[in-house]
Design a protein around this ligand. Structure first.
Ligand code: C2E
Ligand code: SIN
Ligand code: SIN
Ligand code: FE
Length: 398
């Protein structure tokens, strides 16, 4: 390719880069988009975008280890990326293994062989270093000074978008965490195993929502809002809520009002997540055939999110012990959903439950394991987290 054409190619790629990153507001998608674009623009074999986690004083990035998505953490100061994050200077290595700043940890973990590396800092509007852009193994030869200039321009272009997406992400996380803690308040009085049911039914809801064909973002919203389904139980007296035996007809009538209370507590919120939670609280005991409560609406009149959460909630209630009942065998639970398919429950959601039963039971095991680990480490309470399937963290030793 001639030099003119090469310049023109790069200009087009820069313009395209600017357009693409401006259109992406979600942090995860923004980072993978940037990664893909940098790789192409710089004719590199790989690209890693590291961000600084200011609370932990570490860099993190997503990498594939044996085809699994992992979050990798690198102490600031360690390795090439760590050096760039610490000093703010760019690094261009023509032979990575011969440079003292390079460490083999990442290659060892990913099974990759780094030959050439170019890394530049990603700097925020106030001069604070946000992260590092790193391209690896230029397809022909080594990275040039011109490449370094180009990567710096790309980093400058991307900085404010990454900064905004990070702020938005933090905001969403704290919003989601507050929502989850609100849900714990209601659950706290209800059952001994505070939070367990919520974590499991929330995971089931997310899996079922995805299986029903909703987008990742919609499924994620449902997963985050689902724990609030029983928030209205805070208004139910202990004598009913914690009664060890069966409820009388009057008590059950009062208990049923938890749907209305919850729906009202969350109604007309400005937050999209809370409005979603309100529909779930109101609709999660409706039945597909119209015999449920509080309104007795049926079929598609019941919001989809409520039909999903209804299956997730009852599935977990049945496989678990309650003050008023023991846990059922999975075969009994399956028979019950088969029997109630199209009566209590949306037949399609029940089909998705059966199709995804292994995943759902695996998610339940995973949550139970995490809860045990949290308890063993005496963490206060499990917090809601903003990532759907949290990849395992890999810590490089310091
Ligand atoms: P929950 O314990 O979270 O149960 C949620 C839903 O799971 C129940 O809604 C029901 O659809 C299903 N479920 C739970 N256990 C069983 C069971 O043993 N058999 C069957 N077929 N379904 C079960 P439901 O029935 O509208 O109850 C709403 C809430 O009312 C329950 O929430 C629980 O807090 C309370 N509740 C219901 N029945 C009793 C009871 O006999 N004694 C006490 N103390 N509370 C009850
Ligand atoms: C990196 O910059 O790729 C991280 C650590 C290393 O130098 O291997
Ligand atoms: C869940 O989504 O599993 C509940 C929130 C959490 O513990 O992550
Ligand atoms: Fe309920």
């Amino acid at each position: 390719m001639g030099r003119r054409q090469e310049l023109e190619r790069r200009q087009n790629l820069l313009a395209r880069f600017g357009r693409l990153i401006a259109a992406e507001t979600r942090l995860e998608s923004l980072l993978s988009l940037i990664s893909e674009e940098l790789k192409n623009i710089l004719s590199a074999d790989r690209c890693r975008v590291f961000l600084i986690d200011p609370y932990k004083g570490e860099l993190w990035t997503r990498v594939l280890v044996n085809n699994e998505d992992k979050i990798l953490r690198v102490p600031i100061g360690r390795g090439v990326a760590g050096f760039v994050a610490k000093t703010g200077s760019a690094v261009n290595l023509h032979s990575a293994y011969r440079d003292a700043r390079f460490t083999e940890d990442l290659d060892r973990l990913t099974g990759y062989q780094t030959k050439t590396v170019l890394a530049v800092p990603l700097t925020g509007h106030d001069g604070i270093i946000l992260g590092v852009f790193e391209v690896l193994n230029k397809l022909k030869g080594a990275f040039t000074e011109e490449d370094e200039g180009l990567l710096r321009i790309l980093a400058t272009m991307a900085a404010s978008f990454v900064e905004n997406a990070t702020l938005y992400n933090d905001l969403r996380r704290s919003h989601v965490e507050t929502i989850y803690r609100m849900a714990l308040v209601a659950e706290f009085r209800d059952q001994k195993d505070t939070g367990r049911h919520l974590r499991r039914m929330s995971r089931f809801s997310g899996i079922l929502a995805r299986a029903m064909g909703l987008s990742d973002a919609e499924a994620e919203d449902i997963r985050c809002a689902a724990p609030l389904h029983d928030i209205g139980k805070v208004a139910i007296p202990d004598s009913i809520l914690r009664k060890p035996g069966a409820l009388t007809a009057d008590e059950y009538e009062e208990m049923k009002r938890h749907t209305i209370y919850g729906g009202r507590m969350l109604a007309n919120a400005e937050s999209r997540l809370l409005r979603l939670a309100s529909r779930i609280a109101m609709g999660h005991h409706e039945r597909y055939d119209g015999t449920g409560y509080p309104q007795g609406v049926k079929g598609e009149e019941i919001p989809m999110e409520a039909r999903i959460v209804s299956v997730a909630d009852v599935f977990d209630a049945l496989i678990s012990k309650r003050v008023y009942k023991g846990a059922w065998d999975i075969s009994e639970v399956k028979a019950y959903f088969q029997e109630q398919r199209g009566k209590i429950f949306d037949p399609q959601v029940v089909d998705k439950l059966f199709e995804n039963l292994d995943r759902i039971l695996a998610a339940a095991d995973e949550e139970n394991r995490r809860i045990q680990e949290d308890e063993a480490m005496q963490k206060p309470t499990p917090t809601a987290n903003a990532q759907p399937e949290q990849p395992e963290d890999h810590h490089l030793r310091r």
